[in-house]
Design a protein around this ligand. Structure first.
Ligand code: GDP
Length: 392
C-alpha cells in the first residue's frame, strides 16, 4: 500500500518519524507523503526523518497557544486547528493523491493538539479526497490520570465516527515498569512502527511480476472497510542462513529449490499464531473481530503455500469469521520472517471501557470542583463575620 501519513501533535509526529525510520532500515517505501502538524514549535523540531518543509506549526498567532502548545486542552486543540484550516489545507496542496492508496492520521488521544486537532484534520482530508482515511490513535495509560482519559474517551468518538477505520494502541498494555516514561515511549513507538509498516507496506511495490500469494493493497483496504476499531498482532523470527537458504536466495526462480515442506508450513502457521496470541496493539477479544488479514513478510525462499493455507484456516477459527485473508510480502534481502495480523473491527476491547469509566469519574469531579470554586474562593478571602470591605 502507498500512504500519505500525517502525525498530529507530539505523539503522532514521533510515531510517524519512527515509521519512516523503520521503512528506511528495512528498505520499504510506504509513506509517499508525510506531514507533522503541531501547536508546539519545540516538539516540531524533534523528528529525525520528517523533512523540515513538511512540519506545519498551527495556532502560533492564537492567544492561547502562541506556538507553545495547548497544555493538554482538547477544546483549544480543536479550536486552533479549525482557525488554521486554510493553512492545513494548503499543506496538503502538493500531495499527489493519485500516487497514494490511503491516508493515515496518527495522534495521541490523551493530549490536546492530536486529540482535538486530529478530528479537524480528518474532516478536511475526507472533504478533499476520495481515498480512505484511517487513524492510528494512542490511548493514554491509566497512570496518566483523569484528564487524559477524559480527552481520549471524547476524542475516540470523534475519530471513529470520522475515519474509515481506527487502529488502536494502548499505552497501558505496552508500558514497561522498569523504564522512564520517555524510554518507554521510545520503545513503544518502535514496536508500533514495525507493526504498522510491516502490515501496510504489503503490496506497495509496482511490480506486476508478483508472487502467487502476494497481498495487495486492495486486500488491506477491503479488510479495513468494516469501520470501527482495529488492532494489530505481530511476531518475527530470524531467517536461518543455512546453505540451503543461501542457495535459495542466490538461485534464480526457476532453479529455486522447493522448500515448501511440512516444516516451513508449520513455521508460517506458528508465526501467525504467535502474532495473534502476542500483545496486540490494542488488547481485545480476537473472536469479536469482523475481518482478519495476515501479511507474511520476508525472503520468498521462506514462503510456503501450505503454510499460508493452514494459517488461514487457523485464523478463521480463532477470529470466528470467514472473512480472512493471508498473503505474502516478498522482501528478498530481509534477515527476518515476520507476520503482521490485522484484526478489523474488534468490538470487545476492555481498555476502552476502563477509559470511559475513568473519564466519567473525571468529568464529574471537574464539574463538582467548578461548582464550588467561586464559593471556596469567597470563603477564603472574606473574614468570618464579613466585617471587612474590599478597597475598590
Ligand atoms: P499533544 O501534542 O497535545 O497531542 O500531546 P502529546 O502527543 O504529547 O500527548 C498525548 C498523549 O499521547 C499522552 O497523554 C500520552 O498518552 C501519549 N504519548 C505522548 N508521547 C508519546 C509517545 O512518544 N509514544 C506513545 N506511545 N504515546 C505518547
Amino acid at each position: 500500500m502507498k500512504l500519505a501519513t500525517i502525525g498530529v501533535g507530539n505523539a503522532g509526529s514521533k510515531i510517524v518519524d519512527r515509521m519512516l525510520e523503520f521503512e528506511s532500515r528495512t528498505d520499504r517505501n510506504l509513506c509517499r507523503h508525510v506531514h507533522a502538524i503541531n501547536t508546539a514549535r519545540t516538539d516540531l523540531a524533534k523528528p529525525d526523518y520528517i523533512p523540515e518543509e513538511r512540519r506545519v506549526l498551527i495556532g502560533d498567532t492564537n492567544q492561547k497557544a502562541k506556538g507553545h502548545g495547548v497544555g493538554g486542552d482538547v477544546e483549544i486543540g480543536a479550536e486552533v486547528a479549525k482557525a488554521d484550516l486554510d493553512e492545513i489545507r494548503r499543506a496538503f496542496d502538493d500531495v499527489e493523491i493519485h500516487t497514494v492508496d490511503a491516508i493515515l492520521v496518527v495522534a495521541g488521544l490523551g493530549g490536546g493538539s492530536g486529540s482535538g486537532g486530529g478530528p479537524v484534520v480528518i474532516d478536511a482530508l475526507q472533504e478533499m479526497y476520495d481515498e480512505p482515511v484511517y487513524a492510528l490513535g494512542v490511548l493514554p495509560g491509566e497512570y496518566e490520570g483523569g484528564r487524559p482519559a477524559l480527552n481520549a474517551a471524547r476524542s475516540l468518538q470523534s475519530f471513529v465516527s470520522k475515519v474509515d477505520n481506527f487502529i488502536g494502541f494502548d499505552n497501558d498494555a505496552w508500558r514497561a515498569r522498569e523504564q522512564t516514561i520517555e524510554e518507554g515511549y521510545e520503545q513503544m513507538n518502535r514496536e508500533l512502527a514495525a507493526r504498522l509498516v510491516t502490515l501496510l507496506a504489503a503490496g506497495e511495490t509496482d511490480d506486476s511480476d508478483v508472487a502467487e500469494n502476494a497481498m495487495d493493497s486492495s486486500d488491506i483496504i477491503r479488510t479495513l472497510d468494516t469501520g470501527g476499531v482495529s488492532s494489530i498482532g505481530y511476531a518475527a523470527t530470524q531467517v536461518e542462513e543455512t546453505s540451503e537458504g543461501l542457495l535459495d536466495r542466490w538461485s534464480s526462480d526457476s532453479q529455486r529449490v522447493n522448500r515448501d515442506d511440512g516444516s516451513q508450513a508449520t513455521k508460517i502457521k506458528g508465526l501467525v499464531r504467535r502474532a495473534v496470541n502476542s500483545r496486540l496493539t490494542l488488547p481485545g477479544e480476537v473472536s469479536s473481530a469482523d475481518r482478519a488479514l495476515a501479511v507474511i513478510s520476508g525472503p520468498p525462499s521462506e514462503f510456503s503455500r501450505k503454510g499460508i493455507e493452514s494459517a488461514r484456516q487457523w485464523l478463521e477459527q480463532e477470529a470466528d469469521t470467514v472473512e480472512v485473508l493471508v498473503g505474502d510480502d516478498p522482501r528478498e534481502n530481509s534477515p527476518r520472517l515476520s507476520a503482521a495480523v490485522l484484526l478489523s473491527n474488534v468490538t470487545e476491547a476492555p481498555r476502552i471501557d476502563q477509559i470511559q469509566n475513568q473519564a466519567v469519574d473525571a468529568q464529574q469531579k471537574i464539574a463538582e470542583q467548578e461548582a464550588v470554586r467561586e464559593e471556596q474562593i469567597n470563603d477564603l478571602i472574606t473574614d468570618d463575620n464579613n466585617d471587612l470591605d474590599p478597597v475598590v
